[in-house]
Design a protein. Sequence first.
Length: 751
Amino acid sequence: MTSLFFQISSIFYIGLIMIIYFSKKKINTLENRIYRTLIIDVFITLIIDMASVYFGIVYKDSILTNPLAKLYLVAIVSWIILFTYYIIVISSRKNKGHIEINEDENISYFNRIFLILLAVFFGSSLLIFLVPLEVYSDGKMMYTFGPSATISYVIAGMCIILWILILIRNRKKLENKKYWPVYAFILLATIAVSIQFNFPDILLVTSVAAFITFLTYFTIENPDLKMIEQLNVAKEQGEKANRAKTEFLSNMSHEIRTPLNAIVGFSQALKEEELPNSAIEEVEDIITSSNNLLEIVNGILDISKIEANKLEIVNTEYSSKKLMKEVISLIQARIGDKPLEFRTYIDEDIPSVLYGDHVRIKQIIVNLLTNAVKYTKEGHIDFKVNTVIQEDICRMIISVEDTGIGIKEEDMNKLFTKFERFELEKNITTEGTGLGLAITKSLVELMNGKIVVQSIYQKGSKFTVAIDQKIVQKDISELEQELNTEENQIFIAEGSKVLVVDDNKINLKVAARLLKDYQVDITLAISGQECIDKVLNGEEYDLILMDDMMPKMTGTQTLQNLKNIIGFQTPVIALTANAITGMRVKYMKAGFNDYLAKPIDRNTLNIILSKYLKKKTEEVIKDVFIENNEEPNLDLSILKKQGIDVEHGLELLGDEETYIMTLEDFLNESKTRLPKIEEYRIQKDMANYAILVHAMKSDSKYLGFMKLADLSYQHELASKENNNAFVEEHYDELMNEVGTILTIVKNFLGK
């Protein structure tokens, strides 16, 4: 009975593997399902093998010996075909990762393969039972031979040939551990056949199959599901904590910004009053301290946005020199009386107009310079901006070098870590949260830039940032004129009616005080319901500033109720301290016309009011003419009725006479400009095409042809990128708008 030694050993370790395998939770993949069948199959095959050998030796003349021997051959064929199916599955290109049972559409492909192999199995099994099988037994050993055994050898040989073909096809993946059992089987099967050929009493085939099954267990992807469940729980808890943090930051932002709105608002208003010099200095100190607090709040919110991958990069055209001038002015104020020499160098070749997120670039530079000021007690700070121009890209190389405390070598790796501050005991009086550099690095990377740090402890540091910006071919005076119409100009909007809705009475006072300078008629409402009642009572407004977080009825709910009122078309601006990431998009989607964050920034307020409170130009012109005993010409109202933004044109050109002269110039220029535009389009000369549509865009802006200006700008950008397809696709749209404008102008001028 020594012939059964290998089978007994095999059934022992296969039994242990079965206990381990079936006692653990498993991912329900096709690969696991096949292995489950494979391990059961080899266990049954071992039992049948031992039974056939036992009957063949002990009861060699029993009628059960031959059927048991044939059943054993069928079991071996079963294992071979099942293992073949496993190899096909792990090798198929359709097996993208794990194939979940009943979840992947490719499962039908493998089902078809399985049915083919199943047909082969049943066909070969039927032949094995139908053809003769000889059993040799001398009471000490037994083995089989004959047609029935030959069929099993042929099936096994065909399967092994198929494996080899699969290996050749997947030769680039041969290092994959999933193929280890295949290599092992080919090697061990060859050895086993050789041994049994010379020593028929040593039965190794089933033991080889058992060992390969055992080895396969360690190659299948079968992670610990308990660990996965723990990780999922931890992930869910982490996401819950992150949501709680975001909610906390949102609430914190609102709660801090609400009193800051009052502090900053009243301080700005006081600064504009006639006060003693000492009082003015105290007011400026209040504003400075408030801005410092606001910077801390914004820093924390920026970190939240960065962690949530929601920090927005908003690209616009901007004046590079104006940006640098603002930064220098701001840092000079922060240096104050410190014994520091602030040395600056701005490359004269830097393009006047660039396209990018100037707000974030300014934030990067200010963060670096502010750090230099904080940690440099004496000596100098060098601020340099060099440029490298390549085609339409300007690479700005910004460096900030100081003679400050420097950074230890062991601290360099922690330099951009959140809330990290070095040698706190020595710099206990230094302001800051340790967020500036972490935010700076994230902003630089978001704009696909690079930041490098060089430092010698106790001698100073140098930060270098490289950021690419797109060059805009625009006259700087044109850009400055556009910017000046939006910022830093408190215009008179006398006669305009503004309703401010807020549940906080101090916020109402702040808004009223800031709006007072624009000479608008201000109405205050303490709740959303009061706002609705005023509109229902027939009160009309040119603009509504609406707080959102109000009791009983939020600003968003109030807006929805207002829109249900027939004929309501008043622009509504979300005026809120909720300034966390994505709020602008959220409020715009909710139906608000625009968004204004608290504390109210004067420049942003100018932009909002200039956009929605059009100056009563006709009334102003009329008053001027009456004072001079001249008859006013109010025919411009004809253009207004046809969608021309006349007020915008008058703001830029100054008076009605200049506006009308410019209209005539536009009409005359179009006679030569339009044929050339057509010619350049046909010739696909995008460079010259861009120049002409750029000129048409500029003229259109000056005259208030806003749709034509926008279409021209789109064509300008496309032609600069040599995007001829866009020009061709949208050319008719551009020309139709040109035709409409020219018809309006001709009728107006009587030509």
